[in-house]
Design a protein around this ligand. Structure first.
Ligand SMILES: Nc1nc2c(ncn2[C@@H]2O[C@H](COP(=O)(O)OP(=O)(O)O)[C@@H](O)[C@H]2O)c(=O)[nH]1
Ligand SMILES: [Mg+2]
Length: 377
């Protein structure tokens, strides 16, 4: 256990596969300008919903804006809770409670979940009722955390509450004198009138070290092409191996064609397209069964490589060696043809493996560690 701790302390981000692929320019383009624009718009908001990814509750925050956000009425929405490990999730909720920060795990695609968030928002705004007749709520967050999905759900809820939506426009809401700005939003409550702005603020994620960057890439907040799919997949495998996750997949290698759970509420089958083979017709089975089988094969491949490897993955070079073997096993499990060149095959393995992870097929995870809570003296 000591060795593992030491290894983790060193940080996965320093492993050869991360540093070997060259320096990463995390933000090509113009994202910094976006943050400046948000600073302005934040000034007019009475409350901010800061959307974060449940799988990385700290890594998906923007450090630069934290002082500004902390100075506002704020609710942290930990989105994609369906993809996060619920056993660890409650520790995070407790962590935020201890920090006196309102937080709520949500699934932006679920109306009941978004309704709970709105209840909390309304509750937090109630105290302003006598001062302001119209209140504005702004949704912010780093890319891909689900801001648009959330605003969509809020729009639908708003329409069911107030079928004829008054278009909310305020002539002068600009924070600077003389600046006129039209702001559009969805009405979610009467007395006071609460509007949620219909355009979210996109924050630049703050990347303090390469591991934070890799977590953000894994969650899709940083474009795959910036880091490279192979690096992201290697990082994911490293984390799984260090945590011993594949060992829990021992019992999963029995096929279960029957009784596949299908969540009726889940209308989004997300993007599973790239998992299917390029053939037109699938061999006589539904896509769902096909993907279930794929998952089982992948889990089994990782389980057997770990157990067969036998050596201690606490050693850095052994871990890299194991990951290499796992790429081979995954190529087979994911049915990637042998005729592909090695680099092509590795890219295909990485893409498919990441899709399985990102759609939650490999199970729920949380990658950030809950910080130690210092007892208040
Ligand atoms: N599993 C899951 N996926 C979500 C959830 N919310 C959003 N997504 C997906 O995450 C991706 C990014 O969402 P989007 O709303 O575009 O993020 P934005 O960049 O913050 O606006 C999309 O594929 C969404 O379908 C959620 O609660 N659970
Ligand atoms: Mg969006």
């Amino acid at each position: 256990m000591e060795g593992l701790k030491g290894f983790l302390k060193k940080g996965l981000g320093e492993m050869a596969f991360n540093t070997g692929g060259g320096a990463i320019n995390w933000f090509p383009g113009h994202m910094a300008a976006a943050t400046r624009a948000i600073r302005h718009r934040l000034k007019v908001a009475d409350l901010v919903i800061e959307v974060r990814d449940s799988r990385i509750p700290l890594s998906s925050a923007n450090a630069d804006l934290q002082p500004l956000l902390a100075g506002k009425r704020r609710v942290v929405a930990l989105n994609k809770k369906d993809l996060a490990n619920p056993n660890i999730m409650h520790k995070w909720v407790r962590y935020f409670e201890t920090c006196k920060q309102d937080c709520i795990p949500i699934n932006a695609h679920s109306k009941s979940s978004v309704n709970k968030l709105l209840e909390l928002v309304e509750f937090k705004l109630k105290e302003l009722i006598c001062r302001e007749p119209t209140l504005l709520v702004m949704v912010v967050g780093v890319p891909n955390v689900g801001k648009s999905a959330l605003i969509n759900s809020i729009h639908q809820i708003a329409q069911s509450r107030f079928p004829v939506q008054e278009k909310m426009k305020r002539a002068t809401v600009g924070p600077l004198p003389g600046v006129t700005q039209d702001i559009a939003g969805f009405k979610i409550a009467q007395k006071p009138s609460i509007y949620v702005l219909d355009t979210p603020g996109v924050l630049v994620p703050s990347i303090s070290n390469i591991e934070t960057g890799l977590k953000l890439a894994l969650a899709g907040s940083v474009k795959d092409s910036v880091v490279g799919e192979e690096r992201i997949a290697q990082y994911l495998l490293a984390v799984l191996n260090i945590r011993g996750t594949p060992l829990h997949w021992r019992h999963l290698n029995n096929r279960r064609i029957d009784g596949i759970e299908y969540d009726a509420e889940e209308k989004h089958e997300y993007n599973l397209k790239n998992l299917k083979p390029k053939r037109k017709n699938l061999p006589n089975r539904s896509d769902l069964v096909y993907v279930q089988d794929l998952v089982m094969d992948v889990q089994h491949a990782l389980y057997s490589t770990v157990t067969e490897y036998g050596r201690n993955v606490e050693d850095e070079s052994d871990l890299e060696d194991l990951i290499d073997k796992q790429f081979g096993a995954l190529q087979k499990a994911l049915k990637i043809p042998h005729k592909a060149s090695e680099s092509e095959a590795r890219l295909m393995v990485s893409k498919k493996f990441l899709t399985l992870f990102r759609t939650g097929k490999l199970g729920p995870f949380i990658f950030d560690d809950v910080p130690d809570i210092k007892p208040v003296s």
